[in-house]
Design a protein around this ligand. Structure first.
Ligand code: PMT
Length: 223
């Protein structure tokens, strides 16, 4: 259909931060508000896609017309996405997933004491990397939040994670990245192409990204 170019397409979108427990009252997290991922999920649903939004803890209302799975930690997000991956056509990893979590989760509140305190961390699973290894037919899109050398790191991620596109945002730029209503992104593709978008609302970024995805899907159809 003309105005529903994504009907019949199964899309997973991840959004928001993760929370990594330290003890019953504390956790490690980041500034992701979920706005970027929720905008993508909402726009994809409007274009007819069958969307599952896998979201970390945010204060947004889930968009209409799609299924939302709420998760907390990087491990929870990994489990949720893994279970849905095989059936998916497109995966868009907008979530700001923790790279580290506390090695031990205390079952009691850590009491303050004299002097400093050391918290030992261990790596979480890199979900994007894992999906890149398992990928069969899926179009895999990652995000990259960088503060310097945006292009170099984005292209590196594209390669290392076997992704089809990386959407890079320089989170040091005014109006881009975490928490804002707007974003400034550059989309890097596997064939070397790149598309730099000016400052625009996250909803508009979502529309541009989805139109790139629609052209990629059309190419695949032609194979
Ligand atoms: O939520 P908002 O407030 O709207 O902000 C949007 C955003 C800044 C969070 C978003 O635009 C963004 O850049 N998301 C990716 C943030 C991030 O964690 O980037 P990264 O460079 O650390 O990770 C690269 C990619 O690997 C991401 O697709 C991420 O989802 C994925 N990843 C990272 C770590 C991990 N353990 N598993 C992953 O899958």
């Amino acid at each position: 259909a003309e105005n529903k170019p994504l009907s019949g397409t199964k899309i997973i979108v991840t959004a928001g931060p993760t929370r990594e427990k330290v003890d019953p009252v504390r956790f490690l997290t980041n500034h992701s508000s979920g706005k970027m991922g929720y905008a993508i999920a909402g726009e994809a649903a409007k274009l007819g896609a069958d969307v599952t939004l896998v979201s970390g803890p945010v204060s947004l209302c889930p968009p209409e017309g799609l299924e939302t799975v709420l998760v907390e930690s990087a491990e929870d997000m990994f489990q949720a996405v893994s279970g849905l991956f095989e059936e998916a056509d497109v995966v868009i990893k907008t979530a700001a997933v923790a790279d580290y979590r506390p090695k031990h989760v205390f079952d009691h509140k850590i009491k303050k004491q004299e002097g400093g305190q050391v918290l030992e961390l261990e790596r979480t699973k890199d979900i994007l990397l894992e999906l890149g290894k398992r990928k069969t037919h899926q179009l895999l899109i990652g995000f990259a939040a960088e503060t310097d050398n945006v292009e170099k790191y984005a292209r590196k991620k594209l390669d290392k994670k076997n992704a089809d596109m990386i959407v890079a945002n320089d989170v040091k730029q005014e109006g881009a990245g975490f928490g804002t209503e707007t974003n400034i992104v550059t989309i890097f593709k596997r064939n070397g192409d790149m598309l730099s978008l000016p400052l625009m609302s996250k909803q508009e970024v979502a529309r541009h990204l989805l139109s790139e995805i629609i052209s990629e899907l059309k190419k695949d159809d032609g194979k």
